[in-house]
Design a protein around this ligand. Structure first.
Ligand SMILES: [Ca+2]
Ligand SMILES: [Ca+2]
Ligand SMILES: [Ca+2]
Length: 252
């Protein structure tokens, strides 16, 4: 038997070249990994902001502390700043994300209140009941009401974690009895996109908190607003492609 000579294989990499290629590959892989992580964070960050309607901004002026000088209330990127005569009185904590605010008398005591719909970690914050040792660290929706006294905010009422997040809210006297009601569109925590309104609910101040007077059937609600026609002003809400009107949520 005739033995063939072995063909020479490819020349082995020089000991100095192989580590360089490996290093480059490692760096490329690491850069790709970091890029994927950043893109993922951006995507979920956008979903998070969109879900909580944080991109909205609001600006209002009113005299809540009664010194005849209007304060400015400016909400930008989830952070509220209150200023009077160019001096900042208060800024919301960095770990709060405020969806929206309304300046209205929620508890019907004759004083305008600052009403906030906000997201924050921890169920109770500074008002945690003494008998509870654990604070829920998950980020949930809350409804807080403040008065402004001088240059200090004083809490009138603050919810713990709401059972369902408020997508939108209004404070109006909708039945003409000179007492304001709180009207909200309630969503769900589990929705991954913008707050999807599932119910409309009517609440009234009972002296120490809010009592639920009415809740709609489940649906697709949005754009809670005051409307006007020949007979006066009234509340309306979009329900899919329809517009429903309060107080009976009928189509007109
Ligand atoms: Ca003032
Ligand atoms: Ca009030
Ligand atoms: Ca009323």
């Amino acid at each position: 038997m005739k033995l063939r000579p072995c063909r020479p294989g490819p020349a082995p990499l020089s000991p100095s070249k192989m580590p360089i290629e490996k290093t480059i590959k490692k760096k490329l892989f690491f850069a790709l990994f970091i890029a994927v992580i950043i893109l993922g964070l951006c995507y979920f960050g956008c979903l998070y902001l969109d879900k909580k309607n944080i991109s909205t901004s609001q600006a209002k002026r009113a005299d809540l502390n009664g010194n005849l000088i209007d304060e400015s209330y400016t909400l930008i990127a989830g952070r509220l700043t209150i200023a009077e005569s160019q001096k900042t009185i208060w800024q919301s904590p960095a770990d709060w994300q405020i969806d929206s605010f309304v300046l209205a008398d929620a508890n019907n005591d004759g004083l305008l209140d600052l009403n906030l719909s906000l997201w924050k970690p921890g169920s109770f914050g500074t008002s945690k009941p003494f008998w509870l040792k654990e604070n829920d660290p998950s980020v949930k929706n809350h409804f807080f009401i403040y008065n402004l006294s001088g240059d200090k905010l004083k809490m009138v009422w603050g919810s713990s974690n709401l059972g369902a997040p408020n997508c939108e809210f209004l404070i109006q006297d909708i039945d003409g009895d000179s007492q304001n009601e709180l009207l909200v569109i309630e969503g769900e925590y589990r929705t991954a996109t913008a707050c999807q309104g599932r119910y409309v609910a009517l609440w009234s101040w009972n002296g120490w908190g809010f009592s639920n007077d009415w809740r709609s059937g489940e649906g697709d609600y949005s754009n809670l607003r005051m409307s006007e026609n020949d007979t006066g002003r009234f509340l309306s809400v979009d329900h899919g492609n329809e517009v429903l009107f309060f107080p009976d949520l009928s189509k007109k």
